[in-house]
Design a protein around this ligand. Structure first.
Ligand code: HEC
Length: 201
């Protein structure tokens, strides 16, 4: 369900961006008549696309246990670009229109970046907290108490350091094995972070 939603969201975002790309090009090349025609022709489509874009976006967002900072910035950019675009196209202000299009593209690029930091991607940091926030927070929550996808509450884990490392390396049930994603040093660091900052808190 969530993946289907994600695909629809991408489709709406791409359509939305394409409509804006055509509009921006027409405005910049002073094709006022064509722009008016295009706006009229795509009015309904644009309404459907914008609605789909927001509805799927909101649906996906409420499913997330934590909302990453990058996503907040992305949403802020999208919401900032909307009034700028409305004013820009109404007043035929090229600077505003181009700037709002630029904001949409930046937000789009950020979406791509969030994707690449997903579960299986290798990371460079050896800071336990950073590793935890990147890889584990989705199911365990920032304080370790969240139990998404059947995750165990880390604040009451009976496991010792070796047990925690073994759990992270090899996984269990819906928790993936991290031995190919994290280095032994990173697994050690995140295990220490759980023991010092989450366990018994
Ligand atoms: C996809 C969700 C998910 C992610 C992401 C995830 N876990 Fe888990 N975790 C689980 C589940 C589910 C369990 C319970 C497994 C079982 O015992 O059936 C678990 C259990 C654990 C346990 C054992 C707790 C206990 O008391 O038995 C530790 C430790 C742990 N996870 C650490 C981590 C660390 C560190 C990360 C990041 C590197 C991580 N987890 C990422 C789902 C997840």
């Amino acid at each position: 369900m969530a993946t289907g939603m994600l695909h629809s969201h991408y489709l709406f975002v791409v359509l939305f961006t394409l409509i804006y790309l055509v509009k921006t090009i027409l405005l910049l090349s002073d094709k006022d008549e064509l722009l008016e025609k295009f706006k009229k022709k795509t009015r309904i489509l644009e309404m459907i696309v914008s609605f789909g874009f927001l509805a799927t976006g909101i649906y996906l967002m409420v499913k997330l246990p934590v909302i990453p900072m990058l996503l907040i910035i992305k949403i802020a950019l999208v919401f900032l670009s909307i009034p700028l675009a409305v004013i820009g196209y109404k007043k035929k202000n090229k600077v505003l229109a181009t700037f709002s299009f630029f904001l949409i593209i930046v937000a789009f690029g950020m979406g791509e970046k969030t994707k690449s930091t997903k579960a299986g991607a290798k990371i460079a940091t050896v800071n336990g907290k950073e590793i935890f926030n990147d890889k584990c927070i989705l199911c365990h929550g920032d304080n370790g108490k969240l139990s998404l996808n059947g995750a165990k509450d880390l604040s009451v884990t009976p496991l010792n350091h070796a047990g925690i490392m073994e759990m992270i390396s090899n996984g269990k049930n819906s928790m993936a094995a991290y031995k190919d994603v994290l280095t032994p040093e990173q697994i050690d660091a995140v295990a220490s972070y759980i023991e010092s900052d989450l366990k018994g808190k």
